[in-house]
Design a protein around this ligand. Structure first.
Ligand code: ADP
Ligand code: MG
Length: 614
């Protein structure tokens, strides 16, 4: 299924008046609001004609003059006049064609509407003709003219006869910005077409035509949205199980999020759209990794069977209607979630190495960390269970850092590197091939614990009749806590939920609770604190369905409680284990609240800080 427009010129069809029944089926309404609306319609027409190079020239933000030149198929001399006629189009001829339309246009109204509010002309030549013809939209006068194959549409003095509407236009600079935005939207989906925008004789935007390679879209995204967008985004490529929907494109990493939604581009079958379903699906895919009210950035391309999407609901076609919006929601959400879940440490540019590590110290000490020693952690440390501990081996402390050897050639390439030290009990410093990695220890560990809890709750249950639940571990010595009446009541109301969360809490007396079991993942934490935190959270909910509704909040606060606290001294082994877990834990680049868990400072950046190599 390839429903996207491509650059091979479609076989030219005659322009015909639409039958009356069909006209009445077409979403009616005003299409020209400002110069950018004209630009959008002319761009659509040029792309429908198979153009590979499009040049836009503007005067006064497009209010005084819009000229769009393309190298498309052109319009036959006999049909030029029809192009200006209302409800005349070459793109559809029947209802069934309307229902599966793939061209950008189909209403046959744009040129007629533009001609009624501005002074228009079309200059066009088809291949096989010796010259072009120029048609004046006002007078209807047709004359031979010079031009290569393709079409030039000229639109002068927009709203010249309706000064009231002209007054609503903004400054030239604003109108120009809207026009450029219209070109950007087209450029982002047609890497195979070159675009140039001139304003008052100056080239203000230009995106070169990309050869048909797999990197074409990436290159175009970099050209239009900036190289930063590409380096700080992940590629997505998703098809739902029945292959009715494909989603691809790039999604900005959470760090790239902005205050506004101005960098969210969505396309359905090659058409730029604003769609609530898609926006909502995207928003919910980012929910677990985005901080507060920040807006993600993305360019999403959806390909759907044309009969499953109705483009004929809005005069400018910026809105569409899906036959099954749930399937669209799921596809977009999954596509983004999959792409965002993978830890991104592995994407750190291996090309960043600007110079070799300093030579080894002249009197090498015994390396305290070598790759062939398994990552074993002291079982006696409180956080060992989270960090995958096995036995007490060598718990080296931060002070030993100076003894470290430079990385050996045979050492596996770990994206987040080898731990060097702990900084003020808050940050882990590590060295990787590119430079320095700084990890927010608590934030990172919180995410690891959170993801582990989530995985346990979504894992299929061992027995068919049992619901998934967190694995509980009995405490050797049950602990008691003085409870308020409110807390005791919560224990009763939410007994089932507590069980699901792996917490064994019951009343010992009217004012005392006893905790006999906690989730195994959190077994080393403070059971009383954990119980209090969960009860406080549960108290805000009615009994049934808490787990469904508030699962993420519940697990997040449990994880926060169970994660390694600031000021806890970690051994290098523990730090390394944490780094390795980050590399394999989904969404580990953000903590549960959407803040970054690690940052990298490349040697290049460090050199710049010290003005080295200048
Ligand atoms: P629509 O695009 O909905 O068909 P328009 O009013 O935009 O309606 O254009 C009317 C017709 O004029 C189109 O169907 C097409 O055949 C022809 N046309 C318009 N612009 C171009 C162009 N740049 N190149 C070739 N044909 C064009
Ligand atoms: Mg059109």
């Amino acid at each position: 299924m390839n429903t996207l427009p491509n650059s091979t010129p479609p076989t030219r069809r005659p322009i015909c008046e639409l039958p009356h029944e069909l006209v009445s089926q077409i979403a009616a309404g005003e299409v020209v609001e400002r110069p950018a609306s004209v630009v959008r319609e002319l761009l659509d027409n040029a792309l429908d004609a198979g153009a590979t190079q499009i040049t836009l020239r503007l005067l006064a933000g497009g209010v005084r003059l819009i000229v769009l030149e393309d190298d498309g198929a052109g319009i036959l001399r006999e049909e030029l006049a029809l192009a200006f006629q209302r409800h005349a189009t070459s793109k559809i001829a029947s209802l069934s064609e309307l229902e599966s339309v793939l061209t950008m246009g189909f209403r046959g109204e744009a040129l007629a509407a533009i001609n009624s509010i501005a002074q228009c002309s079309i200059l066009s030549r088809v291949s096989g003709q010796n010259h072009a013809y120029l048609l004046d939209g006002r007078s209807g006068e047709l004359q031979p003219a010079a031009r290569s194959v393709g079409t030039t549409v000229e639109v002068k003095e927009l709203f010249f006869s309706t000064p009231a509407r002209r007054k609503f236009l903004k400054t030239d600079a604003t109108e120009l910005a809207h026009c450029i935005e219209a070109v950007r939207r087209h450029a982002l989906v047609r890497a195979d077409v070159g675009f140039a925008v001139w304003h008052e004789g100056k080239l203000v935007a230009q995106w070169r035509r990309q050869p048909a390679t797999p990197e074409a879209l990436e290159q175009r995204l970099a050209d239009v949205l900036g190289a930063d967008f590409v380096t700080h985004s992940v590629a997505l490529n998703y098809a739902n199980s029945d292959a009715r929907i494909r989603v691809w494109g790039r999604a900005g990493v959470p760090d790239m999020a902005r205050a506004r939604t101005d960098q969210q581009f969505c396309y359905v079958n090659g058409r730029f759209v604003r769609d609530k379903t898609i926006a909502h699906a995207a928003r919910s895919a980012y929910e677990d990794v985005l901080h507060g009210q920040r807006q993600p950035v993305y360019a999403l391309y959806l390909e759907i069977e044309p009969t499953r999407v109705d483009v004929n609901v809005h005069p400018t076609k910026i809105e569409v209607r899906f036959r099954d919006s749930r399937e669209v929601h799921q596809a977009v959400r999954h596509a983004l979630e999959d792409a965002l879940a993978a830890p991104r440490a592995a994407l750190l540019g291996a090309t960043d190495i600007t110079h070799a590590p300093d030579p080894a110290p002249s009197t090498p000490a015994t390396p305290i960390y070598t790759s062939n020693r398994p990552l074993e952690l002291a079982a006696s440390t409180p956080y060992a269970p989270y960090l995958g501990a096995k036995s007490e081996t060598s718990g080296h402390r931060v002070q030993d850092v100076a003894l470290l050897w430079p990385p050996s050639k045979t050492e596996p390439v770990w994206p987040l590197g080898r731990a060097l030290a702990q900084l003020h009990g808050i940050y882990i410093l590590a060295q990787n091939a590119q430079g320095l990695i700084v990890v927010d220890m608590h934030a990172a560990h919180e995410r690891i614990v959170y993801e582990r809890l989530k995985a346990q709750l979504s894992a299929p249950a061992a027995h068919n009749d049992a619901r998934p639940a967190l694995v509980s571990q009995s405490l050797l010595i049950p602990v008691t806590l003085a409870a308020t009446a409110h807390e005791s009541a919560t224990v009763q109301t939410h007994s089932e939920t507590l069980h699901t969360l792996g917490l064994d809490i019951s009343a010992l007396s009217a004012s005392t609770l006893v905790v006999r079991g906690v989730p195994a993942t959190l077994a080393q934490g403070d059971a009383v604190e954990l119980a209090r935190a969960v009860l406080a959270e549960l108290a805000q909910h009615e009994a049934s369905g808490v787990i469904q509704r508030a699962q993420h909040e519940l697990l997040a606060s449990m994880a926060c409680h169970g994660a390694v606290r600031a000021n806890r001294q970690l051994t290098l082994d523990e730090m390394n284990a944490l780094l390795r877990q980050m590399e394999s834990t989904p969404r580990s680049d953000q903590c549960n609240h959407g803040r970054p868990t690690w940052r990298a400072l490349s040697l290049r950046e460090l050199d710049a800080l010290f003005l080295r190599g200048r």
